[in-house]
Design a protein around this ligand. Sequence first.
Ligand code: FAD
Length: 300
Amino acid sequence: MTESLDTIIVGAGPAGISAAVFLKRAGIKFKIFERKRTGGLLHNAHLVENYPGFDGLPGKKLVEEMEGQLARWDIEVEMAEVTDIERNDVGFRVRLEDPEPKELDARTVIIATGTIPLKLDLDGSDIIEGKHLFYEIADLPDNISGKEVVVIGGGDAAFDYALNLSEKGASVRIAMRSDKPRCLPLLYERAENDPSIQIYQDCNPASFEMHGGRLVIKCPHMQIKADIVLVAIGRRPSDELIVPLQRDTGANALPGLYIAGDVQQGSYRQMGIAVGDGIKAAMGIMKFLESISDNQEDII
Ligand SMILES: Cc1cc2nc3c(=O)[nH]c(=O)nc-3n(C[C@H](O)[C@H](O)[C@H](O)COP(=O)(O)OP(=O)(O)OC[C@H]3O[C@@H](n4cnc5c(N)ncnc54)[C@H](O)[C@@H]3O)c2cc1C
């Protein structure tokens, strides 16, 4: 028989975690699934300076605090990928893969799946991805001290990555497509004043080649040699589970479906907003479940 729950949370980033803690305290029966790593994108943040009460804490440290909180509340994040969600009589049927296929039913779901990186579609990029080319700093090999790293991008994430890499002892070059950075002036200034970071403007990579075990990034006016390239050219919503649900039912707001965090925030992608969203979804679920049980009592 398919197991039935009050709620299933998909994604254990800040949005999913805040929802989980709230639901646990409210005594609601749920499971939370994560396909990659608990803490989500926050693993990549160099220093979080805009979350009240934590001034300048590395993202990884904040994740440790969150993991401690999950453990204290006896919340287990189950490592599995949710591959499909559809409507059924209970509310939703949720399918999981990895480590093994499984189905669960829940009266409500929270989709807190965050974002995925925009990929570079350049000659050679598919061959080096995962070896020399990465899209998140959290995926890089542990010891990058002394390595030459090129960060491609001109936004907050690219500059945050560069500062983080420099602190880890890497020699960093930022390749920006235009001559105008899109990052916070404060991040640009820090990178400009960091002797381990060089900033190249009007540098739009056209292809990657390997020469003698080293990566050569070819731009129209120059070539840059590197050990690793880290690409931060933007992200898009990880909405693969939401789109079919809304398409199949033709509804934008399905009763019992809650969407929280970066996956629905457009350009307003910040941890504080994701946390608030997770709490709002959990509160919505409490009210929704109460309204269902009130209706059932009326029928009796
Ligand atoms: C370099 C960098 C620096 C940043 N610095 C700051 C900062 O200083 N301050 C700040 O407020 N914010 C910062 N952010 C943004 C912050 O990290 C995000 O806003 C926040 O992590 C969003 O939380 P979320 O839970 O919505 O999504 P995410 O953190 O992306 O978490 C979503 C989770 O869902 C999982 N998932 C996705 N699909 C599935 C599936 N099908 N099945 C199971 N699991 C799934 C993913 O693996 C992921 O772990 C930074 C981001 C980056 C990249």
